[in-house]
Design a protein around this ligand. Structure first.
Ligand code: BES
Ligand code: MN
Ligand code: ZN
Length: 494
């Protein structure tokens, strides 16, 4: 991982050295600290000369100002204060990070222009998390040019510093969960095989999680034949990691998250075309999000009982690989005719969901998967697809999505769509027709959850190759970690 900024919180006065960041609103009203620095009219003049307007995230960089020991003063726009929502603070932190690359020591005078509310501890820590997430680069394999030579020290000056300090450990933990998910998705498939992924899951023990790894033999004993069918074409054997965080009351039923972990998806015998196939190293984005989420929840000691199940396989063409036309019996006892070996994600999830439901009887199950290219056609990379049998869970998820800016859009599931995966030769087939590809995939999964409240998040468009934002400069976004951490925090903690 790249050099990350060292974030701290202080109630101290204006720093006299390094870079100072101050704020103004959309009408260029300066904060108190900005006014202090403007004693010789330097800021007002710079704003006028450059025709600066303090729209959200706009930045004016004043190099070598009159103060003898300050290197730079940055004025950052907050836009219309009344329009600032929660995730704006995170994005603001990202903005800071990206424009402060050259500074070693930065003091951020976090306050609003006069006569408005004070900045809360939560908002201050969100700024810190944003700066952290923005700084993430996947440059582990670059031996010659690292993106950032050192870690700048960023001191966030705020009246709520003491409360922010207390909050920070947890907030930073969530940020590390996001970066763990990014790291896992960015890693190439020769490095991150199912076994290696399982090893990384084992590391969650250090945070107090219970982790159990199922190998091929154990999965065979459990009759996870659909999962094993996908895995049988690869020299890299499959693994399933069962991660538990018990932060709630002993008798509380857990909530459960299940992730698709295809460490590489060639399509199998239904081989994918070559162009862009390298992206399929990221076909474990669902599992990565679950691992990152478990890290986040454990790091901030969430008061909830949570199960995270990740199913890791490699989908390869081979003499031993599964064929189109093969019929397999899933752990549930339902039979599946494999018509396309490239629709493999739903196959491994079928057994993982069934096992999760049977073993843990959770309050709900949410699975995450880079499941279909069709979700990219429908929603692009702004929203993940949400499929669910439960309105309440859907609403909670949608709200968490808006609050964290990891947005979801609900898609339909109906008996008419469900019919499209009925098969002539078995209970079902693993693909529908040409139409509604993301929905038929959702219908397939629904056949393995019984009446348990459940949601499927299709993150093929949001987990990887995602648009560059204020807080993400990496190919892998870590989508899902903040979203689900928030879902748990708002609705399922005692
Ligand atoms: N892993 C892919 C889906 C995917 C596509 C993820 C693009 C990220 C970006 C999945 O296993 C797959 O191959 N799905 C097929 C399903 C089809 C065979 C019914 C697809 O989307 O084409
Ligand atoms: Mn596939
Ligand atoms: Zn896949």
């Amino acid at each position: 991982m790249s050099n990350l900024p060292k974030i701290s919180f202080t109630a101290g006065n204006l720093p006299t050295k390094g870079t100072v960041v101050v704020f103004c609103d959309g009408k260029n009203n300066l904060t108190a600290s900005a006014k202090l620095l403007d004693n010789k009219g330097v800021l007002t003049k710079a704003i006028k000369v450059s025709e600066f307007k303090g729209g959200f995230g706009k930045m004016l960089d004043i190099v070598a100002p009159a103060e003898p020991e300050l290197d730079r003063i940055c004025i950052v726009g907050l836009g219309d204060i009344s329009e600032l929502s929660e995730h704006h603070w995170l994005r603001l932190g990202g903005k800071l990070g990206s424009s402060l690359k050259k500074s070693k020591k930065v003091g951020v005078m976090l306050e609003l222009p006069e006569a408005t509310k004070p900045v809360t501890a939560k908002q201050a820590t969100d700024v810190g998390q944003g700066a952290l997430l923005e700084a993430y680069r996947f440059d582990r394999y670059k031996t010659k040019s690292k993106s950032r030579p050192s870690s700048p020290a960023v001191a966030i000056h705020t009246k709520s510093a003491s409360a922010a300090k207390k909050l920070w450990e947890g907030v930073e933990g969530v940020g590390q969960g996001v970066m763990l998910a990014r790291d896992l998705v960015n890693e190439p498939a020769n490095i991150l095989t199912p076994k290696d992924f399982a090893k990384r899951a084992m590391e969650l023990k250090k945070l107090g999680c219970k982790v159990e790894i199922l190998d091929e033999k154990q999965m065979k004993a459990l009759k996870m034949n659909t999962l094993l069918g996908v895995a049988q074409g690869s020299r890299n054997p499959p693994r399933m990691a069962i991660i538990q965080w018990k932060g709630g009351k002993a008798k509380d039923k857990p909530v459960a998250f299940v992730g698709k972990g295809v460490t590489f998806d060639t399509g199998g015998i239904s081989l994918k075309p070559g162009g862009g196939m390298e992206d399929m190293k990221g076909d474990m984005g669902g599992a990565a999000a679950v691992a990152g989420l478990m890290h986040a929840l454990a790091a901030r000691k969430a008061k909830a009982n949570v199960v995270g199940i990740i199913a890791m396989v490699e989908n390869m063409p081979d003499g031993d690989a599964q064929r189109p036309g093969d019929i397999v019996t899933s752990m549930s006892g339902q039979t599946i005719e494999i018509l396309n070996t490239d629709a493999e994600g739903r196959l491994i999830l079928a057994d993982a969901l069934w096992h999760c439901n049977k073993k843990f009887k959770p309050k709900f199950m949410i699975n995450l998967a880079t499941l279909t290219g069709a979700i990219l056609v429908a929603l692009g990379n702004q929203h993940a697809g949400l499929f669910s049998n439960d309105d309440k869970l859907s609403e909670q998820l949608t709200k968490a999505g808006l609050d964290t800016n990891e947005k979801l859009w609900r898609m339909p599931l109906t008996p008419e769509y469900d019919k499209l995966i009925d098969s002539k030769n078995a209970d079902m087939k693993n693909i529908g027709g040409r139409l509604a590809g993301s929905i038929t995939a959702g219908q397939f999964l629904q056949r393995f959850v019984k009446d348990t409240p459940w949601a499927h998040l299709d993150i093929a468009g949001t987990a990887m190759s995602s648009p560059q934002t204020e807080i993400n400069k990496s190919w892998a976004s870590g989508y899902g970690v903040r979203l689900l951490d928030r879902l748990v925090a708002d609705n399922y903690e005692s």
